[in-house]
Design a protein around this ligand. Sequence first.
Ligand code: C2E
Ligand code: CA
Ligand code: CA
Length: 752
Amino acid sequence: MLFWFVVAIGVLILFFILTSMWESTLRTQESHHQSRAQLISQSVTNVLRTHELILDVAAAELVRSDLINHTREVPPFLDDIMDASSALAGFGMAMPDGELVKVTSSVDIHQAPNLLEQEASRDGFQRALESDRLIVGRTYFLAAVNAWIIPARKAVRNENGDVVAVMSAGIRADGDTGVFGKNMHVGPDDSVVIYREHDGYLQFMSKEGSSPEMYTSTHEVPEPHEVDWVDDIGAGENILEVVKARPVPSTYYRERGGENYIGAAWYSPDYELWIISESNDRVVWADFVKRGSILLAVFSALAVLLFILVLHIERAEKERRSALMYRSRHDDLTSLLNRVGLIDQIQELVKDGENFGVILLDIDNFSGINDRFGQDHGDKVLTEFARCLAELARDQYSVARLGGNEFAVVSPVRNPSKLLALCNDLLKSLIREISSGPLRLQLGVTLGAAVSPEHGGSFNSIIRSAHLALYQAKKARNDVCLYRKDLEAEHLRRVHIEQRLRVAIKNQELFMAYQPQLDDSGRVVGMEALARWNDAELGYVPPNEFVEVAEACGLMIDLGNYVLDRSLADFRVIVDQVHAPLELSVNISTMQFIQPGFGDFVLAKLKKHNVHPRQLTLEITETVFISGFEQVLPVLEQLRGAGINLSMDDFGTGYSSLSLLRKLPIDELKIDKSFVDSINDDERARNMVESIIAIGQNHRMRLVAEGVEEAAQFKTLIAMGCGRFQGYLFSRPVRAEELLTVINECNARVIH
Ligand code: C2E
Ligand code: CA
Ligand code: CA
């Protein structure tokens, strides 16, 4: 737009310049014609005066020599006089009856015509007879001199005033040079014309393509009263008189035969001649075009330059805008689409009425990676993960990073079971080890999927559905889940739990229950601390449920700290009352464990409650190793070095292999309730327990069986070599106040 604006202004300026250039071209032409007409007028006047003088001299000489008679002859002195003018074709003296009698040698005396009888000269001769002045006759071809001549005549009178002779000169009208030369004009559109006013005969004409034959008849010549006079010389009837009276030529414009002319005219009152310098306006145009084209060329060049510049600027601007657009729709770190980009993509699909699937992916325990190894390693993991994901999902619609460690894949696959299969493929390929500098991190990933339009017809609803599925999948980690309707209710409950839990933790509404652990003789040797929560609105919320919510919404650290503090405080009290060796087991969530400074925190708590580290067992699960074995090792070793025992809870239910265990600095294995439940009915459970016990014994680990409900299970486990037991068979988890009674009851049953 700016370009066109500048061009428009340029065109306007150009228009004004051209207009004034046109005006000045006209003025130049006008003044050219004016000066030429002036010059020719002076020349013509001079030439005629000169020849009048020549005729006067010759007449005087003829009178003096007494040669005014009818004898035809060629007096030599006439030739001498003729030498004074190169323009003369010849001259001579005619008697009043028209007969030419005395001539210069240039005139063929035998061909000399009777000037009064000859049509072309009659009128001029007669007028000469009646006048005292030089009379210019019609231009005609005089055979006697073999040339086109302009006759100039002057009567010679005696003392009485009677005409005795008429002097007659023939001035060449077809010479190459001089005032009556045929090259007075310049170019095909230019002309110089002299014509007689009283009869319209051309006296002289210099013009491309003209020939002397034109002098033989009257012609259409410029009519002085049909033209537009330029100078301010008034208007009206007598304008021509004004023009005629002016001492200088007057410029004019006129139209003739469909063409326009510009010229200047001057009237000679002495000889009654119009002297005209005129050209076709093509000359003006040519001049104008010549001058204007330079300007136009410069203007065009400038416009082209400006256009190129503007084009360049516009292209740069476009690039900048599209780069900005790209940046606004893409993630800086991974170059994948960002949330805005994903919204666009999904809205586009929805608008087009496409069916599609959305998969949300979450890198398990990513915040742990960032917290412990720093942002750089975190970024490295993210870019590497993004690269793998983009590669794996190259056939899908798009891959996006929604922020943090959350990614999304939009897929043309909308069949739920096929989408689930795709999720499983992705899961398999994405669980891998990523190395960042010296670190080698084991990545885990969880996927939630939903299809549009069944699970949501807009960006927000489909992403929400996929989120619910993701959340569900996260319960198991490294899992995949497709959206189901019942996830909605779970989601609502989770939101409710989260709200209430926040308040409960702040007000310390949670309390601890303790479940005794016995040795094979039935003596209580330890207890596991288990958190309990009775909410005013929600009623009893099982720990599985609120622990999961706490982990998901960032409340776990506070909750865990509270649990450790309370358990140690309660334990201190119980130990003092029991007077027998007792140990305390506390469940530690992965999130707590991978928190920087966790080891120091535990040691400080032990000191605070005056509990010996050997009395404390921390129960962890395999998910602690999800972000890499090497990274957790230093924490494990710090705790063990201080004397704290480490227990592997729910062993055998997770993803890690039994072989992982060999490397672990672990003091205790907890045989999961699921194996204990079916130990007497299911061969596989039995084998599993046997393997776990074998590994434990191999590595000198303590073996604890949990969920022992039946005496038969107890017996089998003893037979297999398990050393510690925990379950409803002995006691449910009880409040701290009841614990002493329960311990004493158990110990009383011990068979000595
Ligand atoms: P867990 O660590 O495996 O705890 C053992 C669970 O088995 C407890 O459930 C306990 O009450 C139950 N249990 C023990 N013996 C029997 C039995 O003979 N029969 C049956 N049916 N159940 C038995 P609870 O207290 O509901 O805790 C569930 C899970 O919640 C725990 O599993 C643990 O993962 C988590 N949890 C509980 N308290 C805490 C806590 O303070 N911190 C952390 N991080 N997690 C906790
Ligand atoms: Ca436990
Ligand atoms: Ca367990």
